[in-house]
Design a protein around this ligand. Structure first.
Ligand code: ATP
Length: 377
């Protein structure tokens, strides 16, 4: 069983801090939606408002067919009566209760017949590979096991919506990776609508069916991870998502000789006609810059500034004048500091942003260049 969530014009303030500013969000049936953003952007507040742990100032929240919050109509369904289950970053396990009782607690509250409740607890213990741990106390478990108990507790009551607030952030890197796969399998198996909060972009990109990127209480973009990565809707999203960080540099659109050019301090590149002359910001992913070791016609010379090997690839910084560009290089090139290199950028790989407000500017007719090599001059 799964359900949808509608958030309409939600605002939440804490004194002078506006944690959420008129947030609108439609969460689809069965999707794994990840709220991503820097610390303080409001993602936990949004999740807690859906859970009923915070009371918004304005707006509406509808879970399935139930309006759980409506500021105008004075509706605020208490947390326990909303059809949602939540896993917290701290796991929030009862230290004085065994694993068995921690998992079963919600069922005892629901006054489920004892036999049925016991079966449900046994089932989730088995499901999550924790048979035999039921008698232990949380302090007798590893971080990964505690995390699993928190998930088991969520599963036991079978809520139609899962809310998860950074559930993996207390685990070490390897365990976190394993648990990501487990949570994905769980979602694949159960298909329960899930809203998941993280500040870790890798976690968001690897787990989400859609990512909501937030900043300063506002939603910047809602899209599939691939779109968020390749077509960021704002400079904020472009710079927040991607490691190493996207190369962003001031640029100008100029018209000359009947052609349209994108001019930066280190390269000038012909782009399709369509944009008026203006100043903007150009952003290019490190893997969208191709490195050449020999001079190429029409390409500018850079010097290798630093080489940062990282196992299967190396991050190469190249410098010209005061500008440093980051390149993701998958070939095992033996590069030396200060060696000359030449770079190529393809127009379709460039995203353009408004100089003042960082909103995306479409370079629409770039499509005709897809797949072609267009060196800059
Ligand atoms: P983090 O990743 O650090 O948890 P977040 O994106 O989840 O950050 P929130 O916890 O939602 O951000 O906080 C949003 C803003 O609201 C922040 O400025 C925060 O300081 C403020 N805030 C959150 N909870 C409270 C509270 N109970 N009292 C006062 N201010 C709060």
């Amino acid at each position: 069983m799964s359900t949808t969530i509608e958030v309409k014009n939600l605002t939440k303030t804490y004194g002078k801090v506006t944690a959420l500013k008129r947030v609108n969000l439609s969460i689809e049936l069965g999707e794994f939606l990840v709220l991503l953003g820097p610390s303080g952007c409001g993602k936990t507040t949004l999740l807690r408002c859906i859970a009923g742990l915070e009371t918004p100032d304005e707006g509406q929240i509808i879970v399935g067919d139930q309006t759980v919050f409506d500021a105008e109509r004075g509706i605020a369904v208490p947390s326990g009566k909303r059809k949602v289950g939540m896993v917290f970053q701290s796991y929030a396990l009862w230290p004085h209760m065994t694993v068995y009782d921690n998992i079963g607690f919600g069922l005892w509250l629901q006054k489920l017949p004892a036999k049925e409740a016991r079966k449900q607890v046994d089932d989730v213990l088995k499901d999550l590979g924790m048979e035999g741990l039921g008698h232990r106390y949380p302090s007798e478990l590893s971080g990964g096991q505690q995390q699993r108990v928190a998930v088991a507790r969520l599963l036991a009551t079978k809520p139609p919506v899962f809310l998860m607030d950074e559930p993996l952030s207390n685990l070490d890197a390897r365990l976190r990776l394993d648990m990501r796969s487990e949570l994905k399998r769980l979602h694949f198996r159960l298909g329960v609508t899930t809203v998941y909060v993280t500040h870790d972009q890798t976690e968001a990109m690897t787990m989400a069916s859609r990512v909501v990127v937030m900043n300063a209480g506002e939603i910047q973009q809602i899209d599939a991870p691939r779109t968020i990565y390749h077509k960021p809707a704002s400079l904020f999203v472009a710079e927040f998502v991607g490691m190493p960080r996207i190369n962003s540099l001031p640029a100008q659109v100029v018209r000359q000789d009947g052609k349209t050019w994108l001019r930066t301090d280190v390269f000038t590149l012909e782009i399709p006609a369509g944009l008026s002359e203006q100043e903007l910001t150009a952003a290019i992913r490190p893997e969208d810059i191709t490195l050449y070791l020999e001079p190429q016609s029409g390409m500018t010379e850079f010097k290798v500034y630093a080489v940062l090997p990282s196992g299967p690839e190396q991050y190469v910084q190249v410098k010209k004048d005061d500008r440093i560009l980051m390149i993701r290089e998958t070939r095992p090139l033996d590069l030396k500091m200060d060696q000359s290199v030449w770079i190529q950028i393809k127009p379709p790989a460039i995203n353009l942003y408004h100089k003042e407000n960082g909103a995306a500017i479409s370079m629409h007719s770039t499509d005709k260049h897809d797949g072609e090599d267009v060196p800059y001059s």
